[in-house]
Design a binder for this molecule. Structure first.
Ligand code: ACO
Length: 335
């Protein structure tokens, strides 16, 4: 039996219209543009207007991806949405957007893995293609992080944004190109360092949980920072080693965008040139499951992804969760 490889054949994105700059934040909390830029690299973020919900962004990114591919929504077999901010506990975002985009032959589900949600969804989707079971899998990463932000906590409020990206996975026309390998890990001992304490089955919403602000994100920023650098870098070095890729052989490194200092420390630990690292955190901040598809989409639009390129994408998030994917880029620029 010949090998089927999954390849990304299209990309799409959506950012809400409302842009909030660091200067805007200076007006509502004790922070400064200088502190935010120096400590995080973030200059602005997009926030979705309340009442629209995560599906608004996810569906638009999905439609953008399919339009660019010239693929009809009816052709989609499976929709997987990486997210931590679904419109409701149920139904899933996949069900909501299946109806919104008109993917009337698709099944699908949401996948939750903190900021690694898109990466885990991508490798899950790739298995359906590689097994030969499906031919068109739509993988979406979308998050409305603003729903979790406490305006009284400046250390978390400034680092997140809202946004969505989507990719189409299909069998690669060239078996040498596409998703070649992945490595993924979780460590539940890290859960305490980055969490939303209430709103789930253990502490459902009550007057008390709202009053105590337990529905907002809480983190130990320094601990998250250290684990993010070490784990994203080490899993990426491990996948490079397993595939005989030296630092000079790598064409592009696409890291989760959590903090510019995390990205730079990660590249240093991996001993790769900063020139091959994709950075867009300045424009979007940390969009959780949106970061990787947005970064891939921006890289492709900027002509930084060429057919045959060796690309590593890496993520780290709440859980803790982390992983790395190795691609030989399969898309033609003039497609
Ligand atoms: N504006 C001004 N000052 C601030 C702000 C702010 N927005 N936030 C914190 N400070 C202050 C602190 O109060 C502290 O003041 P003090 O010295 O008087 O006590 C000082 O800045 C230093 O605080 P630290 O927490 O040590 O600052 P640090 O350099 O670690 O930066 C940050 C904080 C940005 C949260 C960083 O730790 C970080 O990015 N951690 C990773 C967290 C993360 O990425 N979480 C997202 C989800 S997981 C993921 O995506 C990987």
């Amino acid at each position: 039996m010949s090998l089927i490889r999954a390849a990304i054949t299209s990309l799409g994105k959506f950012l809400p219209e409302r842009v909030v700059t660091n200067k805007d934040l200076e007006k509502i909390m004790d922070t400064s543009d200088e502190w935010i830029v120096q400590r995080t690299g973030i200059r602005q973020r997009h926030f979705l207007d309340p009442g629209l919900g995560n599906s608004y962004m996810a569906s638009r990114a999905a439609t953008d991806c399919l339009t660019r591919a010239g693929v009809s929504p009816s052709e989609i077999d499976t929709i997987i949405v990486g997210t931590i901010s679904a419109d409701n506990p149920f139904p899933s975002t996949a069900c909501i957007i299946q109806e919104m985009i008109g993917a009337d032959n698709a099944w699908g589900f949401d996948l939750t893995a903190g900021c690694s949600g898109f990466l885990f969804a991508l490798i899950t989707g790739a298995q359906f293609i590689e097994s030969g079971r499906y031919r068109k899998v739509l993988v979406v990463g979308s998050d409305m992080n603003s729903m979790y932000l406490n305006p009284e906590d400046r250390s978390t409020y400034v680092i997140f944004g809202d946004g969505a990206g989507a990719v189409l996975l299909e069998p690669s026309a060239d078996p040498e190109l596409g998703i070649i390998d992945f490595m993924s890990q979780i460590d539940g001992a890290g859960g305490q360092y980055l969490t939303v304490k209430a709103g789930g089955s253990k502490r459902p919403a009550t007057f008390e949980t709202v009053q105590n602000k337990e529905h907002f994100v809480q983190q130990d920023g320094r601990t998250v920072f250290k684990f993010a650098v070490k784990n994203m870098a080490d899993v990426s070095v491990a996948i490079m080693k397993r595939n005989n890729i030296g630092s000079d052989d790598l064409d592009l490194f696409v890291p989760h965008q959590a903090n510019l200092r995390i990205i730079e420390a990660c590249a240093k630990r991996m001993k790769i040139s900063p020139d091959i690292v994709i950075v867009n955190i300045d424009k979007y901040a940390n969009t959780t499951c949106g970061t990787l598809p947005l970064a891939l989409c921006d890289a492709e639009e900027q002509g930084r992804l060429k057919k045959g390129d060796r690309v590593i994408a890496a993520a780290f998030g709440a859980g803790f969760t982390w992983g790395s994917v190795y691609f030989r880029w399969a898309m033609d620029r003039d497609r």
